[in-house]
Design a protein around this ligand. Structure first.
Ligand code: ADP
Length: 492
């Protein structure tokens, strides 16, 4: 009898291995941080060997911590930092360059050129994405153009490209499997989300040889096996990019189901069902997952500074010692006393799309205290999330009644209650907020027979707390109109 599912969560700053039981509960976990490489010119990279060794160590240690062996594990699920790009030699296994991390803006000029040359509509229609350095496509081109000899080696068929999931699968299977899943493929800006194939026109435009690309499989599928964790073989059966995995882990299986992850930024995804919804408001269209031959699409929006606003209170102006302290401070005053804080530190994302915007703190009076400022920072997170929800509702024609939450800042009760009030919807916080790892565990367990069906999984979800809206409509409208005025002040 196989006891557990092993989830491998390869994130931007750490690699984690988590064991889940049948009830979707965490049995054990190990985490290994690895170095971030920030180059002088603003480039952000990871050493692929660090990614791999940190993940393998975490996986081996988590089994050892419970005295388990390969035979105790039903299957492995993988979830990963998305878009990060690795190219390696299929004969030697050696990467030809560091991993270029999703955050890295090195291809901005080339992306601007693509926009100027009129490719935006074509790319959006085919991939669901906005042309941006964030996605893998232009990062691949950068490596082909800038690393000596790489283009020739790629043309001769020796090199492989992968997002982090592909690289890990290839390493785990000792080079036997070069594959990715639909959710990760849909973040490369090379994958046609309508035809479900790598897009020849885009590959040609960017000069990327098709032979480098992985096979695209379902998110719940057979990805071979590994012999590197414990004695014996463990099957790899689930793969999804981190945000899509968290949507799955939150059991947002139906059209209109919606989740928000409150971390440094906030990531909002809505399941839009079996058809892609192309946004009129700058949201991304992406593949959520593919299970049992059925594709689910999602609409995605992000807020650049969510928990980052709280970090700034702690590390920037130092009015709190810990992120959690923001909650009692906010609750100690009845309102912000007219203060609004728009944390547009790096511009504003959806739906404002203003990269020149900068943060503002307005409405200050002699009576303003740090309590008001702390409260305004938390409220700002909710206002920004609300603004994305409004455009998602407009794009999809679906009214969001329930918001499922996760991420570090969802532990803040004040923030969650304010979100419920301002968005006028229920906010559900699950017991297990490691939903990303849980999502890939579910995908794997469905394939390996550990769980029977998506219904079976749904029964696992336990709610820690349900927040319900509790302010009059007039107050809600007044608060929202104040926020919009504050947003106008972010452009000097
Ligand atoms: P990431 O994955 O982006 O590093 P996490 O999910 O670990 O983010 O969440 C960390 C973020 O959440 C930080 O920005 C931190 O300021 C914020 N945060 C953590 N706990 C709280 C809290 N109790 N109240 C408000 N913000 C919090």
């Amino acid at each position: 009898m196989k006891k557990y599912i092993l989830a491998l969560d390869q994130g931007t700053t750490s690699s984690r291995a988590i064991l889940f039981n049948k009830f979707g509960e965490i049995v054990a976990q190990k985490k290994k941080e690895f170095p971030q490489i920030f180059k002088e010119n603003g480039y952000v990279e990871h050493n692929p060997n660090d990614i791999w060794s940190s993940l393998l160590t975490a996986a081996r240690e988590v089994l050892l911590s419970k005295n388990l062996d390969a035979g105790d594990i039903s299957s492995i699920g993988i979830t990963n930092q998305r878009e990060t790009t690795i190219i390696w030699d299929k004969e030697t296994g050696e990467p030809v360059y560091n991993a270029i991390v999703w955050q890295c803006r090195r291809t901005s000029d080339y992306c601007k050129e693509l926009v100027k040359n009129g490719y935006s509509e074509m790319i959006k229609e085919k991939t669901g994405l906005i042309i941006d350095p964030y996605f893998s496509a232009t990062k691949i081109k950068w490596i082909l153009d800038n690393v000596s000899g790489v283009r020739e080696r790629a043309k001769s068929g020796r090199l492989l490209f992968g997002t982090v999931d592909s690289y890990i699968i290839w390493k785990l299977t000792e080079g036997r499997v070069h594959a990715t899943d639909y959710s990760n493929a849909s973040r490369t800006m090379l994958f046609n989300i309508n035809t479900l194939e790598w897009d020849d026109d885009i590959l040609k435009l960017l000069g990327i040889p098709k032979s480098m690309l992985p096979k695209v499989c379902e998110s719940s599928d057979d990805y071979g096996y590994t012999k590197l964790i414990g004695k014996g073989k463990i099957k790899i059966c689930g793969v999804a990019g981190d945000q899509q995995a968290s949507l799955f882990g939150q059991t947002c299986f139906n059209k209109g189901d919606f989740k928000c992850t409150y971390g440094t930024g906030a990531f909002l995804l809505m399941n839009t069902g079996s058809e892609p919804v192309i946004s009129q408001n700058g949201l991304l269209t992406t593949i959520a997952w593919s299970v049992d031959g059925k594709i689910a699409y999602a609409s995605e929006g992000s807020v650049f500074a969510a928990g980052a606003a709280v970090q700034w209170l702690r590390d920037g102006i130092k009015i709190i010692d810990s992120a959690a302290e923001s909650e009692p401070l906010a609750l100690s005053v009845p309102d912000t006393n007219g203060v609004y804080f728009v944390p547009a530190f790096v511009g504003l994302g959806a739906p404002y799309w203003n990269s020149d915007a900068r943060g503002v703190l307005c409405g200050l009076s002699r009576g303003t205290t740090k309590e008001h400022i702390a409260r305004s920072a938390l409220e700002a997170i909710a206002y920004q999330v609300n603004a994305v929800i409004e455009v998602m509702e407009a794009d999809s024609g679906i009214k969001i009644n329930t918001l499922k939450v996760d991420g570090g800042a969802c532990e803040n009760n004040f923030l969650m209650q304010f979100q419920s009030d301002i968005t006028d919807c229920e906010v559900l916080r699950p017991m297990c907020i490691e939903t990303t790892a849980l999502g890939c565990a579910y995908l794997a367990g469905l394939k390996s027979g550990y769980w029977k069906s998506m219904n079976d999984i749904k029964n696992n979800q336990k709610i820690d707390y349900k927040f319900t809206p509790d302010i009059p409509e007039t107050k809600r409208t007044a608060l929202l109109s104040g926020w919009e005025k504050a947003v106008e002040r972010t452009t000097l």
